[in-house]
Design a protein around this ligand. Sequence first.
Ligand code: 13P
Length: 248
Amino acid sequence: MTPGIRPLIAGNWKMNGLSADIGELEAMAEAAFGGADALICVPATLMTRAHVALEGKLQLGGQDCHTAAAGAHTGDVSAEMLADAGATHVLVGHSERRTDHGETDGIVADKAEAAWRAGLTAVICIGETKAEREGGKTLSVLSRQIPGSVPKEAKAKNTVIAYEPVWAIGTGLTPTVEDVAEAHAHIRKELETLLGEEAGKMRILYGGSVKPGNATELLSIEHVDGALVGGASLKAVDFLAIAAACPV
Ligand SMILES: O=C(CO)COP(=O)(O)O
């Protein structure tokens, strides 16, 4: 945690979720999030129903957006469409988008600007691969990804950074407390170089195999201002247990 920053617990449902799962969102909306803000990023197909189910108690996010507001881009969704459906946030540059869709740092930065254009907060995802970690390149990868993916105009009110080591996503593996602390301190320093004072107010989330059992430890690390949760956000009971790990 960083003094003065209210934590954000964010869920990413990825390509999961059918009508039958709306009850999980309703159960989340019944809970109290005393110590944190809460956000759920659902697939585009569920956006409108999720907006109703969440009753404004949790914020709603998309998982990606096109750089354009509208046009001939079959299968894509714009930030304006997400905002129209009730979203307040959108993930950009998730490692699965970078890998599956060849998204570069430059594309991610353009998507962050598209999010702002539509009035959304951009959750900009960064993180090293297993090979990069094993090659001792974690910090240099972050030093490249931050100025590449985060536009210089980023403000704490419209931007969240999510550090997700690719090798920790969906694997049950997490970096050590020391490694998370080192990465987050480095991210804060790189943000300061890029954004100046604004960097001190910006949330830096940790993502990658966050579960109820490790949330307290991860969320107590300096400069960890919340979590981006994949698998454990699909069930209200797990997501709420992670949110409850934030001190009120
Ligand atoms: O990619 C993630 C969230 O965006 C993390 O996923 P898991 O929590 O399933 O490891």
